[in-house]
Write a protein that binds this ligand. Structure first.
Ligand SMILES: Nc1ncnc2c1ncn2[C@@H]1O[C@H](COP(=O)(O)OP(=O)(O)O)[C@@H](O)[C@H]1O
Ligand SMILES: [Mg+2]
Length: 271
């Protein structure tokens, strides 16, 4: 085990991106977002979730996956979306367990038949598209066809588009209005509020085995101010603070140590 972890009495690194689904931090504000997405999938609707980098959008998708009953839903997660239309459909084919065909038309036929099949089986397919701001326009042009398939006058699959705030701006362009008008659930995920940042830090430290408070409250306040509550930035700074604190054999991460970490990070950027 690393020296810095044993210094703080931690079992494992507290702020890694490898978070087990069951260990995700889901405070009440995020729970509401996850529940709204669950409801949207149950209603066979479509959703968009937009937010700045590092606020926890992908983790919300993982919480959704964890929360949706396994029977009844078939989830496909797609994050490699910088593809042209044909390659995108091939990718969806593979994700759905279908053999991708040579032509775009054949691929589209395979997907739509498969989705209709699922419709009769009462299994609802949910296509989670992460980094949706990177979608090519020709893919967007065709997503509304997928979104449009119906069974009992309900959509045969749910689209959940997740991406940076630009995702919404693109969807609201006139040329995308027919897809946009079908997306009834329009959510934004914001940065953590100050209280949330404190809760997040405490939660992840505890999961990693901390048995006492390792950060002073003014250290957390500064961390929040400087990161604006973006979780990925909090992860990075908090980890650096723990490492530096261990080197200096400090017992609690205080404000002064966090100031130093920010100073060192700026120095590295300027180098
Ligand atoms: N609900 C959560 N529980 C635990 N850690 C989280 C959670 N949300 C975000 N994080 C942390 O923040 C990092 C960035 O989150 P991520 O979901 O990848 O952000 P985004 O997709 O918005 O860029 C993750 O790697 C993880 O360490
Ligand atoms: Mg992400």
């Amino acid at each position: 085990m690393s020296r810095w972890l044993s210094h703080w009495g931690l079992r494992e690194a507290p702020f890694t991106k490898e978070v087990a689904d069951a260990d995700l931090w889901v405070p009440s504000s995020r729970k509401a977002t996850v529940e709204t997405l669950v409801e949207t999938c149950r209603d066979r609707g479509h959703a968009v979730l937009a937010g700045e980098p590092g606020v926890g959008k992908t983790c919300v998708l993982r919480a959704l996956r964890h929360r949706l009953p396994q029977d009844g839903f078939r989830l496909t997660y797609c994050h490699n979306v910088t593809l042209g239309r044909r390659d995108f459909y091939r990718h969806v084919c593979l994700a759905l367990g279908l053999s991708p065909s040579a032509t775009a038309a054949a691929v589209f036929f395979a997907i739509s038949t498969h989705i209709e099949q699922l419709g009769t089986e009462k299994v609802h397919p949910v296509l989670l598209i992460d980094e949706a701001h990177l979608l090519h326009q020709d893919v967007l042009d065709h997503l509304h066809i997928l979104a449009n398939y119906e069974w009992d006058s309900k959509a045969l699959l749910s689209l959940v588009l997740v991406g940076l705030p630009e995702t919404r701006q693109r969807l609201t362009l006139a040329k995308n209005r027919s897809l946009w008008s079908r997306i009834h659930t329009r959510l934004a995920l914001g940065e953590a509020a100050p209280g949330d940042t404190a809760e997040y830090i405490g939660y992840r430290l505890k999961r990693a085995g901390a048995e006492r408070e390792l950060f002073s409250s003014d250290a957390i306040a500064l961390l929040h101010e400087e990161t604006h509550g973006r979780l990925r930035d909090i992860d990075r700074v908090a980890t650096d603070a723990l490492k530096l604190g261990a080197r200096r054999k400090i017992r609690t991460v205080d404000r002064e140590l966090v100031v130093r970490v920010f100073g060192e990070q700026e120095a590295t950027i300027e180098d």
